[in-house]
Design a protein around this ligand. Structure first.
Ligand code: ZN
Length: 433
């Protein structure tokens, strides 16, 4: 009990101090946060190293070396946060105030809270004299929110030996949800790929007073945009959805139609969760044509937001889009794509999540999900083939509340959830290593 009280106090204080360091990205300036964590971890006997592409944007890697015969486990977090407009807040976004059992401030949920819990987990294990079979690594990166090449991608490319791992725990999910009267903890095992593209439609410019002599690219784009908007993508059954539905309903679905049917019988929330995971999405969002009222545009650019199921490539996406649009005066260009990676569901890390859930919440089970957004996990899956899960348990704060607060005003985290996180991370390390 005394130990638990101390860890609760420790994670609270560490998170408060992290929030008080303004790491709004851009510009980031994450180095003071990395140094705070380094000093804290070194006090506990965890050896640390800062890695920085530019001095003001350091990444921190801490490590308890393994005896050498086991797998490596990495706790991943990022120290940067998104902009906070103080006028919209009911507290100082960089105050780290503790109010009614919750710590308030930018990054409390995304993701200084988990960073603090990961630091406390590894520090407390080090103080306990934990001797893991393989390395236990703590990695707090810069630049997740913008992804301009100072954080995880750069570390994996330039310092692979520092961050190579077999298993990785990151942000992404962990919420406790009730579905059909039973409790589940969502654990993200894969991510959709963000694969936006540009459709450039060609015409011929001319004076707007004489439309007959020109060929208006904006007008030509209209039916193409409509076709994209009207397209109903073909639905597919991915393993994550199969496993999620089977976990929750006890029945293994055999078709996408059956997924929605089964999900609806359990709860509208489940149907809402799985629907975007049955197909790719296409959403035209930006349009540019003439910059002058009296000039008919020769070019019209349409940017389309598109999310692909893991396993789908941008080549396949382009083929589908050409099929929708048919022949015409346009070209498609893929813009920067991210994510779209997955990890196996049945792994020793899954077992660790599972045994922890059973121990703290008897009768509850973990449920695998594919998330629509992407995290830094994909760099580690791509570089090292790591099994990466997004899991940070959240039991006190409902999933709807958390979803509303992330990247928004009044972001805060219950201390009890942080404590739960520390307990899970310690369990994962002790079980796997
Ligand atoms: Zn985040």
């Amino acid at each position: 009990m005394a130990v638990a009280t101390t860890l609760r106090h420790e994670v609270t204080e560490l998170l408060q101090r992290l929030i008080q360091i303004d790491t709004t990205n851009p510009p980031g300036n994450e180095t003071p946060a990395a140094e705070l964590l380094r000093d804290y971890l070194e006090d506990a006997g965890v050896s640390c190293e800062l890695y920085a592409r530019v001095p003001e944007r350091a990444n921190l890697v801490g490590r308890i070396p393994g005896r050498g015969d086991g797998p490596t486990l990495l706790f991943l977090s990022h120290t940067d946060v998104v902009l906070a407009d103080a006028s919209e807040w009911n507290a100082d976004p960089f105050g780290g105030e503790l109010r009614d059992g919750e710590i308030w401030g930018r990054g409390a949920l995304d993701m200084k809270g988990q960073a603090a819990a990961e630091a406390v987990a590894i520090a407390s294990l080090a103080r306990d004299g934990f001797e893991p079979a393989g390395d236990l690594i703590f990695c707090a990166t810069a630049d997740e929110e913008v992804g301009a090449g100072f954080g995880a991608s750069w570390l994996c490319d330039e310092h692979p030996d520092a961050v190579r791992c077999d298993y990785l725990i990151n942000e992404g999910s962990g919420d406790r949800v009730e579905l059909g009267g039973n409790a589940f903890y969502l654990c993200s095992v894969s991510e959709k790929m963000s694969a936006p593209f540009r459709m450039r439609v060609f015409g011929r410019s001319g004076h707007a007073s004489m439309p007959g002599i020109a060929d208006n690219a904006l007008v030509k784009a209209a039916p193409l945009i409509e076709a994209l908007g009207a397209y109903k993508p073909e639905q597919q059954l991915i393993p994550e959805v199969e496993a999620l539905i089977e976990t929750v309903t006890g029945e293994r679905p055999t078709s996408p139609e059956e997924v929605l049917e089964l999900a609806r019988t359990v709860s509208p929330l489940l149907a809402e969760m799985v629907e975007p995971l049955l197909s790719m999405t296409l959403s035209p969002t930006m349009a540019t044509a003439s910059q002058k009222r009296n000039v008919i545009p020769a070019i019209c650019d349409i940017v389309v937001d598109s999310r692909l199921l893991p396993g789908t490539t941008t080549d396949q996406q382009q083929k589908i889009v050409r099929g929708i649009l048919g022949e015409g005066d346009y070209e498609l260009t893929s813009l920067e794509s991210h994510g779209g990676t997955r990890s196996e569901i049945r792994t020793p890390l899954w077992d660790a999540v599972s045994t922890w859930v059973e121990s703290v919440d008897p009768g509850a089970k973990p449920a695998p999900v594919c998330v629509a957004g992407f995290t830094d996990s994909h760099w580690f899956r791509q570089a090292f083939g790591a099994v990466a899960y997004g899991f940070f348990p959240s039991r006190v704060m409902p999933i709807e509340t958390a979803a509303r607060l992330i990247h928004s005003a009044d972001e805060r985290v219950p201390v009890e959830d942080l404590e739960l996180g520390v307990s899970f991370l310690r369990h994962a390390a002790q079980t796997l290593l």
